[in-house]
Design a protein around this ligand. Structure first.
Ligand code: COA
Length: 386
């Protein structure tokens, strides 16, 4: 038996051709295409197609895929009723997990999910479900944003791109600014996939039992919600607010490191250089600041903190990760911090679904082993004798 590796660090859990990352050089590719090229030239719709199907679509394939995603944006009224009877204090990730899990009840099916040959009934089912779930994720997040503040959700529009429609619904029918829509579209591309991280692994494990996609995606959502994974960008904002001003960053950092506390948005199991997505998000943040003609104090504080970390954490290979700048960007756009992880979930759905399809195309149920550290068999003692 191989040695136990806590957190399965370095242990291959699958064979996959979806994405690749080189943590030493800071390179991330989806199906062989560099994330930088996709962020600059692609759209979330096209990137989702690439992840799900393996190749960039032709114009006709993209038009067909895009129109199906637009067509499936609406959800049944029953989902709205579930949201209506849920506590408004519920975290958006709790609502998202509930809503996605409930999709299986409102859209049942009897098709087996194990794909045996290309184009078979199961593959068509997996493809169709992927489009439906992808389309509905943004709708569910935007609906809850309005419903938790007492508004009726606005209906999705089919004449807007995925990102623009999300913003339109999220901000209660306000026409989205084209630059902001492009920034959100790019954020969705950057968060769409990232090899075998914890939430993707959860999706694969659930998928390996041939469970329905609503279970697969809701398991992934629950896993993404933890602060060590998707929840970190929310904490980055609290941390920057606590620091208060750029000139306080260095002293604040020294105090936290001396107390062995975590610096949110810093460090990554795989990257030992700056996460390429953090570099791209930082660029977007600059673009937004230029268009607004002002730099937000949070952004200035983040830049000062990154500079301070350069001296104390960089020698250990700890640099800004994707969460370091994404929260600041979302915050500037007007997205409340408790919704940041939901945006991550919307984007990552493309990757989760791609891994689900890969899993059920060559499936073996996950059943790892363990290193047992408990008692040898011993005799049961009745409660009165203990
Ligand atoms: N702040 C302070 N110290 C950190 C750190 C951080 N964000 N990330 C790692 N370190 C330190 C650890 O304390 C450890 O120090 P030690 O060798 O003195 O004990 C060392 O760096 C190695 O870290 P380790 O915990 O082994 O890294 P990991 O690969 O297990 O963890 C993360 C990776 C992402 C969980 C970790 O970097 C972290 O908690 N980051 C903050 C949360 C975050 O931003 N998550 C989003 C990830 S996209």
């Amino acid at each position: 038996m191989t040695d136990y590796q806590p957190g399965l660090e370095g242990v291959p859990a699958t064979k996959s051709n979806i994405s690749f990352l080189d943590g030493k050089q800071g390179i991330l590719t989806y199906r062989g295409y560099r994330i930088v090229d996709l962020a600059e030239n692609s759209t979330y719709e096209e990137t989702a197609y690439l992840l799900l199907d393996g190749e960039l679509p032709t114009a006709a394939q993209l038009a067909m895929f895009d129109s199906l995603v637009r067509e499936h944006r609406r959800v049944k009224y029953n989902i709205r009723d579930i949201m209506k009877s849920s506590p408004v204090t519920g975290h958006p990730m709790e609502m998202l997990q509930t809503a996605v899990a409930s999709l299986g009840m409102f859209y049942p099916n009897n098709v087996p999910v194990q794909i045996r040959s290309p184009g078979d009934e199961s593959e068509q089912y997996v493809h169709g479900q992927s489009i439906r779930i992808l389309a509905r994720m943004a709708t569910l997040v935007a609906m809850w944003q309005q419903m938790r503040i007492g508004n009726d959700p606005v209906r999705p529009r089919t004449d807007l791109s995925y990102a623009a429609n999300f913003l339109y619904m999220f901000f209660n029918g306000v026409e989205p600014d084209p630059l902001v829509a492009r920034i959100i579209d790019t954020c969705f591309i950057l968060h769409a996939e990232h090899t075998i991280n914890a939430s993707t692994f959860a999706a694969m494990v659930t998928g390996s039992t041939l469970a329905m996609p609503s279970y697969v995606i809701s398991a992934a959502i629950g896993t993404l919600a933890g602060p060590l994974h998707g929840g970190a960008n929310e904490r980055v904002i609290t941390m920057l607010q606590e620091i208060g001003k750029p000139e306080h960053a260095r002293a604040w950092l020294e105090k936290k490191l001396a107390a062995k506390e975590t610096i949110w948005g810093m460090g990554h199991r795989e990257y030992k250089v700056k996460d390429p997505r953090a570099t791209l998000l930082q660029k977007l943040m600059r673009e937004l600041a230029d268009s607004q003609g002002t730099i937000s104090p949070l952004f200035e504080t983040a830049l000062a903190l990154e500079e301070a970390c350069e001296e104390s954490l960089a020698p250990k290979g700890i640099y800004p990760n994707v969460d370091f700048y994404s929260g600041i960007l979302y915050r500037e756009i007007g997205i409340p911090p408790d919704q940041f992880t939901s945006l991550f979930a919307i984007a990552r759905t493309a990757g989760w679904l791609a891994h689900w399809r890969e899993q059920v195309s060559e499936n073996r149920i996950f059943r790892p082993t363990q290193v047992y550290t408990g008692y040898e068999p011993r005799n049961y003692m009745p409660v009165g004798e203990r």
